[in-house]
Design a protein around this ligand. Structure first.
Ligand code: BGC
Length: 470
């Protein structure tokens, strides 16, 4: 299957390329850059949500699952994107947000569906939203509280309701029929909630950082066994299509055995995302531990997908490498030579760093200040960065210091290096075997190929991939 050894390129659509000068990236903008993506050699693009949304959480609050957000384009644009991408051997994955809708979704407007499709309680329990606010908001019309695992504008759907499940069956088939190759599924591990809405226990010292920060372990608000019924149901829908469609889950599941459970018996997600790189230091011993732990926990015949950067938790060229080009090459070499697939977040391929955003320019309305990792792509050194002819919706950062056009002209650039690694990755099939790790280096083999990762700051770097690829 193509996703067993693939580079999936995450496009944050609003910040990729703007075709109409309104300062916001859009789908025609993505189409206009497909030649670049083909040149880079990636296998698939995953688009941040493009469905109709009032944009309280930049598209992660959907008001129409079968409609395209007019700010980003039209359904015809999506069809054209799929066929133009296909012509270049690139598959298109969409982001599906099944845990919650927008408060503006017609289901929340209509009194019958509002009552039946969402999660209600007379008394709020102690659950705390991912955005660190109480998870319950009082609704005057119902005289009760509704649940929201994120913002009050993102009410959680009631996945115990068969009608909700049927709607999503239809949504999946609808997009798959249009040629979408699969979905990245947002927050899929939390969609089903404890029926009794029991209080979560406090987080303990052994809990993951993201639970400790929130002060509770989401024992009843997430990870319910019934989530797997839904995933199995969706996987069957994937298999109705030829070629079968892909489900890549945004699975913030700290226990590796539990995370491995999201593969099911080969009948759930094909790629549950493993996020531990986002919390790990750029230290050879630590990264090796993180990698080997997940490889050891993987069920037979399943592959990992590695994630170094994301629109939620910063770019690795800043977080790990502080902009040091030698270290960025090491990071890319690791991501692109480990077994399985990897997600590159737009900009990773040329070492784009987080961009500081002044308070008055912040556009993330959730209070999470994630704008610094969502600023627009610097295509060229010019005003608007080749991203837009208008005023970019977020600041561009220093486009002269780092842009694609300059790096394309330089065969020794981070970008060209990433392109060579991507080309090599396809042929890299041998199993992972550790050779050596010390304070500065991590060396491993993939069959006859030997990968040396150098973690020392500054050059000259000893990072390299050597040997014949069988
Ligand atoms: C997305 C976030 C979003 C949240 C709520 C996450 O998985 O990546 O950007 O704010 O879900 O939908």
């Amino acid at each position: 299957m193509w996703w067993h050894n693939a580079v999936i390129y995450e496009i944050y659509v609003r910040s990729f390329a703007d075709s109409d000068g309104d300062g916001i990236g859009d789908i025609p903008g993505v189409i206009s850059r497909l030649d670049y993506l083909e040149w880079l050699g990636i296998d698939a693009i995953w688009l941040s949500p493009i469905m109709k949304s009032p944009g309280r959480d930049q598209g992660y609050d959907i008001a129409g699952y079968l409609d395209v957000d007019p700010v980003l384009g039209t359904l015809a644009d999506v069809d054209r994107l799929i066929s133009e991408a296909e012509r270049r051997g690139i598959r298109v994955l969409l982001d599906l947000v099944p845990n919650h809708t927008s408060i503006e979704h017609p289901w929340f407007g209509d009194s019958r569906t509002r009552r039946d499709y969402y999660v209600w309680s007379d008394q709020p329990n102690n659950w705390v939203s991912t955005f660190h606010i109480p998870s319950w908001t009082y609704d005057d019309r119902e005289g009760r509280y509704y649940l929201h695992s994120y913002l009050p504008e993102q009410p959680d759907l009631n996945w115990w309701n068969e009608e909700v499940r049927e709607h999503f069956d239809h949504i999946l088939r609808y997009w798959f029929s249009r040629g979408v190759a699969g979905f990245r599924i947002d927050a899929c591990y939390i969609i089903v909630k404890d029926r009794l809405l029991r209080d979560n226990p406090p987080a303990g010292p052994r809990d993951h950082l993201w639970d400790r920060n929130r002060g509770q372990r989401p024992m009843w608000s997430a990870y319910q066994p019934e989530v797997h019924d839904v995933l199995r149901r969706w996987r069957k829908i994937c298999e109705e299509f030829a070629p079968p469609r892909l489900l890549m889950g945004a699975t913030w599941v700290p226990e590796l055995d539990e995370l491995a459970g999201y593969f099911g018996a080969g009948d759930e997600l094909q790629l549950p995302q493993y996020f531990q790189f986002l919390f790990a230091e750029f230290d050879p011993r630590e990264l090796r531990r993180v990698v080997e732990a997940w490889l050891a926990a993987l069920p037979d015949n399943e592959v990992p997908v590695w994630v170094g950067s994301s629109h939620d938790l910063s770019r690795f060229p800043s977080r790990w490498c502080d902009g040091d080009n030698a270290l960025i090459r090491t990071g890319l070499t690791m991501l692109l030579t480990l077994p399985g697939s990897c997600v590159l977040y737009q900009g990773d391929e040329f070492g784009l760093q987080d961009t500081p955003v002044q308070t008055e320019d912040l556009r993330d309305l959730t209070g999470q200040c994630r704008d610094t990792y969502r600023t627009p792509m610097p295509w060229r050194d010019e005003p608007g960065g080749g991203f837009t002819s208008g005023r970019p919706w977020l600041p561009m950062g220093d486009v002269a210091a780092c842009n694609i056009a300059d790096q394309m002209r330089d065969p020794d650039s981070v970008l060209h290096n990433a392109r060579r690694l991507i080309a090599r990755k396809k042929a890299l099939k041998g199993v992972y075997r550790p050779v050596e790790v010390c304070d500065e280096m991590w060396i491993y083999r993939r069959g006859d190929v030997r990968v040396t990762l150098d973690f020392r700051e500054g050059g000259p770097s000893r990072t390299r991939v050597e040997g014949t690829i069988s």
